[in-house]
Design a protein around this ligand. Sequence first.
Ligand code: ZN
Length: 378
Amino acid sequence: MPDRTRFFGKTLAAAGTAAALVLATAVPAAAAPATVEQDVAQLYQDVIDLYNGLPADALRGVDRLIESPVPQFGPRTKAGPIPGCTEGSLLTYANKLASQLTPLEGQALDALSGLSQLYVQGVASDKTPQVFGTDGQYTPRATDTIDKLRGFWDIESWNIQLVAWKGTDLGSQAKMAQTFSLGLPPAKVKAAAALATKVLYEVPGMQGGRNPLITLNAFSAPAGSLGGKRVALGDGLLDTVNILGFDDVSVESVVGHEYGHQVDFAHDNYPRNESSEMGPDAYGGYFVAHAKGYAWNARTQQEVTYLDASIGDCFHSHGTPDQRKAAGAWGEKQATSQGNPNRIVPTATMIEKFQKEYPKLMPPADQAATAAVAAAHG
Ligand SMILES: [Zn+2]
């Protein structure tokens, strides 16, 4: 079984109450058609079976940008919330979207999001032209960013793919059949693929794959995982970052961050603490501020750090908003304060420098809690 997140647990309870109120005032004969519910339940089970049938290392090391309000299939971290911490604006927004779903929509979204992630991780390839953004509006920026990053950092880069994560791919039975083939017995693949596209259009809230929650994320996958080295960029994430006002910097910052994970992967640097996320924030900051990167000015650099903060959480998983902001700003400062603006620090050195800085950006949790309590008492 996939774990349900704490976010989604709340969502289901709230949505359940709303649904009960609706049903209480509805004409009994107009109850929701049972067939849709059966379809969604069956698809959900198919996706669980698919994940359970994957090769052992399929998801190992895959790093997602945010702890999505959409429950995730596969391994995840568990820890209590940090006292005195307020989650970032993007997470608040995503949780609000999720809280508006009915339980049926929530289950459909859960299955479809998990399925589309597996498509983009294990089937999609940049050998076919990738289209970024719901209307392709981000394709030039995404292409430019990955080209720049490949030339910027000194890691093996030609085989790091940048792939578009699109909910609309769920509408293709051929693509879904390829996806289910990754883990389902061959005899079950065709029916499961047909059911996925059926549910996509049978549940109106899925908007034919354009509900932003389906793809409200990005991830980086290491060599040896299903599909190999790649960065995936979700259309739902780009749309949401636009709504929150960070459109100017969205593609470059997010891809810069995800590529930062590839920098760590290339050096077998897998920290088991928040530096695993804050490091890529720092490398991404260095890249966008650097003369050989985007050479963004102080105002735009500031915007990037606010975007970093917007995805900070309070669960000791990806860093708090303040920590992420500090990590991004530190990276930017490394670029703007170095003697020769054109020199690019080798990745091994950058990792070492960040690991030295990290303890200062990351006060122990009890210290942060003490500070919060002190602030609350004036
Ligand atoms: Zn990350």
